[in-house]
Structure formats: C-alpha cells, structure tokens
Design a protein around this ligand. Structure first.
Ligand SMILES: Cc1cc2nc3c(=O)[nH]c(=O)nc-3n(C[C@H](O)[C@H](O)[C@H](O)COP(=O)(O)OP(=O)(O)OC[C@H]3O[C@@H](n4cnc5c(N)ncnc54)[C@H](O)[C@@H]3O)c2cc1C
Length: 403
C-alpha cells in the first residue's frame, strides 16, 4: 500500500526558476545550522548540460547582473561557476534615437572592474542546478503544485503526482502567472504596457569592448548587451503589430531592420539567432506575505526590462528573506511567524517601489513623442554626462551597491 501521509518539511519553495533555485542555494547554510528540511518543487524537467528542456527562467535570454548581485552570488558560492560565461559591462552608452544628447558611464569612474555582467540565463540555470545537486534538499521535479491549503502552522501542498507536502513556511517563486497565488485569492496590481520585448542574440562585425547600449525611441527602447565573442544580446521593445512584422521577417530582412534602427555603432549586424518575445507589464502582488507565506521573484513583482533590474531586485529579496529567517531563528520564534515576515516585507517594500517606479518612469518619459520634451531629454542626457557626482550616484544605484 502506498503511503499517503504528507511529507513534513520546514520550508517548501514552489518554483525552481532563477529565483526559487537561488533561494534554495542561499538558504542552505542557515537550513543546515537550524536542521531545517527544505523542499523545492519545479514543474518543468530541470535542464542539465546537454539536455534541452525549456524552463521559463533558463531560456535564450541573457540577464544583466548588477555588481551587487555578483556579491550575493559570491556569498551563495556560485559566482565562480557563473563567471565562466559572464561578460563584463565596462561601459554603458545611453542615447535617444535621432537626438544628440547621450550619457556614457564607465566602470573606472566608480573604481570598479565592471558595472555589471551579462550572463546567459541557460548558463545561470546550469550553475544553480549544479549547486542544488550538492545540497541536502528534497527535490520534486518535474512536479507541479496544484493546490496549497493553509494549516494553523503552515501550508499543505498537493502535487500532481498525488504527493502531499506540509511546510511551516511556503515560498512562492512560481513566476509571473503564479497559479497558486491566484488560488489563494492574492491578486496583482497590473499596468499593461501593450508592448512586447523581442529578444535575440546577434553577431556583430566589430568587438563590442564591453559596452552595453540603451537606445530610446518613442516606439520603444532597445538594449544591446555584450556577450562572449563578437555577440550581443538584443532586447527590442515593440508594439504588437510591429513585433509581428519583425517576427515573420527572414534573418536578412531582420538584420537590415535592426541596422536601420540602431545604426553602425557596433559595425554590421551579421547574424541573428532565434527570436523570442515576452509581453510586458508592471505587476505587483497585492499581498507579499501572509502568515507562513512569502512571495518572491516574478510572482511578487515584474517590471519593464528596460533597466534590466527584475532579477537583481528579486535576488535582493532572496537575501533579505534569508536574513529575516536567520533573525527569527536567533530570537527563537517559530518559522513563518508574522514578526519575521513583516520584517522581510519592511526591508523589501521601499526597494521594490523605487526600482519598479524608476523603470516605469524611464519607459514613460522616453515614450512620449513630443518636441519640447524630446529637447529636455536630450539636455538631460547631456547634463548627466557632464555632472560626474550625479552620474556616479545613479551608477552605484543601478549597480545594486547602494540602497
Ligand atoms: C525580456 C526580458 C529581459 C529581462 N532582462 C533582465 C535583466 O537583464 N536583468 C534582470 O535582473 N532581470 C531581467 N529580466 C527579469 C527576469 O528575467 C525575471 O526577474 C526572472 O526571470 C524571474 O524569475 P522567477 O524565478 O521569479 O520566475 P520564472 O522565471 O517564471 O520561474 C518560475 C518557475 O516556477 C515554475 N512553476 C510555476 N508554477 C509552478 C507550480 N504550480 N508548481 C511547480 N513549479 C511551478 C515554472 O516552471 C518556472 O520554472 C528580464 C525579463 C524579460 C521579460
């Protein structure tokens, strides 16, 4: 007869994407000290080297990882692996299409080796999976959580395999669509941009020299991020009809359209990989915590990718949750009690608001096609380029080294 009793754990992480896996790695030392059992449940088969299984986090995208996130990865013990395919961002060039004003940021201005790094999501996934393999975790994968029911001292999770898990703390890291959050009646505040981000890797004819480009255009921003070799990661924001046209183009037509929009700053665009697209919205869960429940990553908030801050913000959430749980353990309070979770939410709310509204403001400001405003923006970029202290302060914030 099969045993149908619930499996007892202390912490259950729902979702093993970038954020859930990072949390599992970050929690490991504390869990070991406290003797906590941690389970991670992921719906998609985990990709390992050589395997090609699609998992939302670990797709063709590359992410700009701020210096602050590198420091977190070092603390978690996975930076060495991540660094194998991390391309440093040594300079950032911000401009507006058709206008003269631009801003240049340089790592040497803030005495740093790099302003950040660009890492393929698939590689981050592999580094995280390799680390998870070494940890004493209970991994349920592929397994989907189909319901979560509050208990007096935790949550009971039902998996599609028929297994049940009782956890004293449930962490939802199940992404932007988070079905479990909906089942619990937690809604989102949503601003739909009615735009999509088209992403693709492109090969260029000149070395990129570690320069990341952010080009604003009233039709939507475009970013080019330095990758290994003479390749760059393109993130091109477009309205649905323009996106549809870009998706059906042949590679040659697409490269010509990109060249026409971006110009010759990186030489010729020579090749393009597969194109993917993501609908864009600003989204925030109306409740971020409940007794015995914390929400992280895209399930808690998603942003416009213009400033490349979504995962960086989420990783700060991961570290803050670990810190709050550590304090809770030191105070001898039960795991998942509201005191620690409120402490966590108190740390998060300001950062979340600033980053989400900052990204939103950038998109809104540059999305208005209006002559006086366009002059002002150009002047703003030119002024920022001249005023060193202001530029450096902005750089430190974007690097995630001040809060
Ligand atoms: C175009 C684009 C570019 C971006 N660029 C950057 C950047 O440069 N820098 C940056 O910091 N951020 C960037 N971001 C944001 C970043 O990608 C996200 O913040 C990050 O992927 C969020 O990861 P996540 O783990 O929260 O969610 P997800 O990646 O969605 O992972 C959720 C996981 O949960 C699993 N799951 C879902 N439901 C269940 C269930 N019921 N049971 C079990 N498992 C479940 C899913 O299979 C999935 O693996 C970008 C985003 C976009 C769209």
């Amino acid at each position: 007869m099969t045993d149908t009793r619930p499996i007892q754990v202390d912490i259950a992480i729902v979702g093993g994407g970038l954020v859930g896996s990072s949390l599992a790695c970050a929690l490991a030392p504390l869990a070991e000290r406290q003797g906590w059992q941690v389970a991670i449940i992921e719906a998609m088969p985990l990709s390992r080297s050589g395997e090609r299984s699609y998992q939302p986090s670990f797709d063709e995208r590359s992410s700009a990882i701020a210096l602050g996130s590198r420091l977190h990865f070092e603390r978690i013990g996975i930076w060495e692996a991540m660094a194998e395919h991390a391309s440093p961002i040594r300079h950032i060039h911000i401009s507006e299409r058709g206008r003269l004003g631009s801003t240049h940021m340089h790592a040497q201005d803030v005495h740093a080796e790099a302003l950040g790094y660009v890492i393929p999501n698939a590689w981050m996934g592999q580094a995280l999976m390799a680390r998870l393999d070494t940890l004493p975790l209970q991994r349920f994968c592929p397994a989907q959580v189909i319901s979560a029911e509050p208990l007096p001292e935790g949550y009971r999770l039902a998996l599609d395999s028929g297994q049940m898990i009782d956890a004293r703390l449930m962490v939802l890291a199940d992404g932007g669509r988070s079905p479990i959050k909906s089942l619990l009646g937690i809604s989102d505040q949503v601003h739909d941009y009615h735009e999509h981000a088209l992403i693709a890797n492109v090969e260029i004819s000149r070395p990129h020299q570690g320069i990341a480009y952010e080009r604003f255009d009233s039709a939507g921003p475009m970013a080019l991020l330095p990758l290994e070799g003479q390749r760059m990661g393109l993130v091109w924001t477009r309205a649905p009809d323009e996106l549809a046209a870009l998706l059906v183009m042949s590679d040659r037509e697409f490269l010509a359209a990109l060249q026409g929009t971006f110009g010759e700053r990186v030489g010729r665009f020579r090749k393009v990989g597969s194109r993917h697209h993501y609908p864009l919205s600003k989204r925030q869960a109306c409740e971020q915590i409940r007794p015995h429940l914390a929400i992280l990553g895209n399930a808690a908030h998603s942003l416009h990718p213009v400033a490349g801050q979504g995962f960086n913000l989420a990783l700060r959430g991961v570290m803050d949750l670990c810190a709050a749980l550590e304090n809770q353990a030191l105070r001898g309070e039960p795991l998942g009690s509201m005191a620690a979770l409120s402490d966590f939410e108190h740390r998060r709310s300001q950062d979340r608001l600033q980053v989400a509204e900052g990204s939103h403001l950038l998109v809104s400001l540059f999305g208005i096609d209006n002559m006086p405003l366009s002059h002002l923006r150009s002047l703003g970029l030119a002024t920022l380029d001249k005023v060193g202290p202001l530029r450096r302060a902005l750089m430190r914030r974007a690097m995630g080294v001040v809060r």
